[in-house]
Design a protein. Sequence first.
Lengths: 121, 121
Amino acid sequence: MRYSKQRELITEIIKGRKDHPTADMIYNSARELEPNISLGTVYRNLKLLADEGVIITLETEDKRLHYDGDISRHSHFICNKCGRIVDLFRPAETPVELKEAGLTVTDEKCVYYGFCNCCNH
Amino acid sequence: MRYSKQRELITEIIKGRKDHPTADMIYNSARELEPNISLGTVYRNLKLLADEGVIITLETEDKRLHYDGDISRHSHFICNKCGRIVDLFRPAETPVELKEAGLTVTDEKCVYYGFCNCCNH
DNA sequence: CTTTTTGCAAAACCTTTGCACAACC
DNA sequence: GGTTGTGCAAAGGTTTTGCAAAAAG
């Protein structure tokens, strides 16, 4: 993988925020510093970075892919009302049944849905 | 919610299978019995059934929504190679941190990725 | 008869891709 | 210089939606 200014910028943006942005949000941030960057480039690099394991993807009910620069093992909470995504650093235990069934686990994605402090009632 | 032949058929199809089909798969099944059913109707009803809690949605890395007629609390395993989705009836414990943080959990979706028996090496 | 649901087709939406040009090494 | 990455715009695939007709109650 060769160096590119655009890819570095995109990586910095994702690694620098904790709000699990979508491609479009990252594109908008990127354009502030690099006004000529294209949406296609953003998508291409996000896919590349995710494939390389540099970032993580989060498939949510809003049907847009969210990205997370924190690749440590953790779960997420998503508010049904405001859509806020919260990190959860004590991940759930991987069920033993999986190993028992001969399944090799490489990755896990646990998402809890509910209402956050601001949106309770 | 008024009765409709199409909705009943769609519900039966999802409840009757364990392979977590996509809208398109359900559409194809439905057409075997109801050749004039439209894809729009399938999508409309799937959304309705999911909103009503009659079925569950599964957001996966393949970018298509999968549906599950089994609404009991359980997790899923998805094979990175063949895409097979396996039910896991011992769900992970919901992290206590969530309650401690004042977050109300209404739902949880845990997906484990890896390689199934058939696809191991 | 009124309201909900359907089929159809078009639109919306997010994401991917082909291509010529620019950037990297 | 050869190869990889970019910008642009067009295409792709899934899901949603507007509308007139059909079905339900």
